[in-house]
Structures are given as C-alpha cells and as structure tokens.
Ligand binder design. Structure first.
Ligand code: PHE
Length: 467
C-alpha cells in the first residue's frame, strides 16, 4: 500500500478513542429518554443483559476483523472472504450505515451549538420553556451552524488517527466523565429526587413488550458504535501487543457507566422539578425531553448561584455534551474516509474532500426536514404515520440496520472466517484467551444464539416500523 496506515499510540489511546466514539448522544440523550419511557430499571436490566451477552462478543469480533485484515469494513470483508461479492456487499452496508447515521447525528449536534449560543446570550430562561425546542429545530439559521460543525469535524479528521481522533478523546473523555458525575451529585441532593431514583432503579416490567426489547438492543448497538464498521476500522489501528478482549471490555464498561449516570441525572431531575410527574406522560417523551429538561435543571440552580452562575454551569455542561457528540461524529465520518483511502488508493486529504461534499449533500435535506421545508418534513409515509426525511434516516439506519449488520458480522466470523481464525486473532496480545471461559462462550454462541437473536430483533423491528 502506498500510504501509511494510522495507528493508536497505545492501549489507552485505543480505549479512549473507542470510548470517545461510543459515548455520545446515544448515552446522554437517547438512553435516559428510552429508560424513562420504558419502565426505568426494567429497561436498564434488559439493556445490560444485551450488552454483556450479545454486544460484547460482537464488539470483539469486529475489532479482531479490523486488526487481522488491517482494512476498513469493505476491505476487511473482502479480504477475509477471499473476494466474495456477497460479502463485499455486506461490507458496503457497513460503510453506508455510518454515512447515513452521520447525517442525522449532525443535525442533533447542530442543536447543541444553537443552545450554546443562546445560553451565552442569556437565553437560559427561554430554553427552559417547553415550546422552545420545536421552534429552534425549525430555524433556518441552523444552516450556518451546520457549516461550522462540518468544517470543524473535517479539520479534526485532517489531523489523522493519532493527532486528530486520539488527541481529542484524551482531553475530552475524562473531563466529560467528571462533569457528569458532579452534576448528578448535585441533582441527587434536590428535594424529591428520590422519587426519580426509585423510578429509575425499581423495575416496572409492565411496560416491557417486544418493541421495548427491540429498542433496547438497537440502543445497545448504537451506543457501543457496533454494526457500523467503526470497530472494524479502529481495530485496524489497534496494536498487536494488546488484548482485544480486555480493551473492548473497558470500552463497554465506560460506555455503559456513562449511560447509567446520564439516566441517574435526568430521571431524578424530572421528578425534582415536578413531583407530580405522571409516568404515563413520560412514555410519550422524545429527544425534545432532554433538550427542554436540561435547561430546567440549570435554571433551578438560580436560587443558589444566580442566573449568571446557572448559565455558566449550563454552558459548561452543553459544551461537554457537544464534545461527546463531536468525538462520536468524528469517528462515524472516519469510516467512509478510511474506505476511500484504502479502496481507491487516494490520499487522506482527497478522501476528506470527497466525504465533505457527500456529507453536505445529505445533511441539507435532513436539516430542513424539521419544519423548514414542507417537502422534506412530510417526506414519506409508512407504518401509518407521516415521516420526515430525518425520521426516515433515523428509522432505517438507527432502529433497523444495526442489528442486521451485527447479524452478518457474527455469521461471517463464525462460518466464513471460522471460529478458529477468530480465536487465533483474539489470542494475539492475549495469551490467556485460548481456553478461557470467554473463548468457550464465544465459540458456543457467536455462530448460533447471538445471530438468531439479532435476526429475530431485525425482523420484528421491520414488522413493527414499516408494516
Ligand atoms: N455510539 C455513539 C453514541 O452513543 C453514536 C455513534 C454511533 C458513534 C455510530 C459512532 C457511530 O452516541
């Protein structure tokens, strides 16, 4: 190959970069919303079960594929399958998915920027109003912010794996964790917070149904950045001296802990502000919940630290959510870029320009589909509901496709690459792996139970959303 492949500087570098990818809006926004809608602790338990039993093995398999082949997802499937067309197609799906996820992820990240600007100009009061979120999402000025965001992301990506991605994550991830814990402690001291804690930690299984279970699995995949070729690509930058099982475990623990804390922050806060919150109302909550509740949490600090102090705290927090989203966005966009570099043998700089143009083409319709353009707002219709372009991308690529890609990864590793090939790779840098309990579990489940569960979830999601 004519160009030098990027590499993480160390095991910690990989863990932070992968955690930087994993920790994002999925943890800080989607997880608390889903937990509040779906029975608090009951959802948490199902989620944890999926992380341990299904996601962790898939995560190891993805990293192993990347490290073994030293390629992006398309190249990895192609190389390991000996050039099969079918698997080439699957690899393409693993590129298309992050590409489209980057589109709707950018739209949400742009809202964070708008919030930050409003906060800096004294708008905390306004943001705490329930009506503000819808109004903000429909503002045409969001375009300016979108351009700013995309420029920022592509400048970081120009810095490469070590100078861009890893350096960003090293600073931001620890800061984010500390801020989140500090804020959670503050909320837990509020009066009535205990009602929310109970709601979060005492399971209510009455809300459990198939849709909730499917949602938990899709959320677990999304949160760990699985099924998107990200870990295949990051695996290709991973050192052969380190243990894949150990490093991915750290990433999964970090990601799940942050999601857990985000729930512990948001749910008690909801009840602290309105002790009479009817949990049935919560079941219709959406992303907007977080975007209007967070400003309320900060506004409540006014009594203690004044309006200015409360605004500063809000600015710091939103900045961190923004950075968590940024590290994720950078990782998502790195996937197609690494594919353009490997498969078309072009320079990183050129690949970035190609990707920037493609991104701009797709993000524009997604941005205007929240009220600015009628055509994109009422873009299509399925499952008996009118859907915007933004909804379509989110339904297809977030809710539906991830388990499918996960399924193909399992089938591929177990039946094409073969479990013995996978085990050989997992043993590199981890002499204790062979014969361990984990090894036996993966041999037993990766070609059988795990793909079956993923396929069932995929089919029932299709049935539920589109039919
Ligand atoms: N895992 C990230 C989150 O939880 C989102 C993400 C998805 C990042 C896909 C990379 C790829 O928000």
């Amino acid at each position: 190959m004519s160009h030098e492949r990027g590499k993480f500087s160390s095991r910690v570098g990989f863990i932070l970069a992968a955690a930087g990818s994993a920790v994002g809006l999925g943890n800080l926004v989607a997880f608390p919303v889903m937990a509040s809608k779906n029975g608090g602790a009951a959802f948490l338990l199902v989620y944890l079960f999926f992380i341990v039993v299904i996601c962790y093995p898939v995560m190891m398999a993805e990293v192993a594929m990347g490290r073994h082949t030293q390629r992006n997802p398309v190249g990895a499937f192609l190389k390991l399958s000996g050039g099969s067309r079918l698997w080439h197609g699957v690899g393409m799906l693993a590129i298309l998915t992050p590409f489209m996820i980057a589109v709707f992820y950018s739209v949400i990240t742009v809202w964070l920027l708008v919030y930050l600007r409003e906060l800096m100009f004294g708008g905390l009061n306004m943001l705490a109003d329930d009506a503000s979120f819808g109004e903000i999402a429909a503002r045409p000025t969001t375009f300016g912010y979108l351009i700013f965001l995309l420029v920022l992301v592509f400048v970081i990506l120009l810095g490469g794996v070590r100078g861009g991605i890893e350096r960003l994550a090293r600073v931001l991830m620890p800061t984010l964790a500390v801020m989140l814990v500090a804020l959670t402690i503050f909320v837990l001291t509020l009066e009535n917070a205990s009602v929310g804690i109970a709601y979060y930690l005492v399971p209510d299984f009455s809300r459990m149904d198939l849709a909730v279970i499917n949602g938990a699995l899709a959320q677990a995949f999304f949160s760990l950045s699985l099924g998107m070729g990200i870990l295949i690509t990051y695996g290709s930058y991973f050192s052969r001296e380190d243990s894949i099982a150990g490093s991915t475990r750290m990433v999964a623990i970090a990601d799940t802990s942050i999601a857990f804390f985000a729930g512990l922050l948001i749910l008690p806060a909801i009840f602290a502000f309105d002790p009479n919150t009817n949990t049935d109302d919560l079941s219709t909550s959406s992303v907007g919940l977080i975007f209007s509740f967070l400003p309320k949490i900060f506004l409540s600090m006014e009594a203690a630290v004044g309006y200015f102090g409360a605004s500063i705290a809000a600015i710091v927090f939103f900045t961190l959510v923004f950075f968590a989203a940024l590290t994720s966005l950078v990782s998502i966009i790195e996937i197609p870029i690494s594919c353009w570099i490997d498969e078309f043998k072009i320079s990183r700089r050129k690949a970035i320009v190609v990707q920037a143009v493609l991104m701009a083409i797709f993000t524009i319709p997604a941005t205007v589909s929240l009220g600015i353009s009628d055509f994109f707002t009422n873009f299509t219709n399925y499952g008996g509901v009118s859907k915007s372009f933004f909804d379509l991308v989110s339904d297809v690529f977030y809710e539906t496709i991830l388990p499918l890609v996960g399924f193909t990864v399992c089938i591929f590793c177990a039946w094409r690459w073969k479990l013995s090939g996978l085990a050989d790779e997992l043993e590199v840098g981890d002499p204790n792996y062979r014969g361990s309990r984990l090894h036996r579990y993966i041999d037993l489940s990766l070609g059988t139970v795990i793909p079956v569960v993923l396929l069932v979830v995929f089919l029932s999601t299709v049935n539920q959303i589109y039919l």
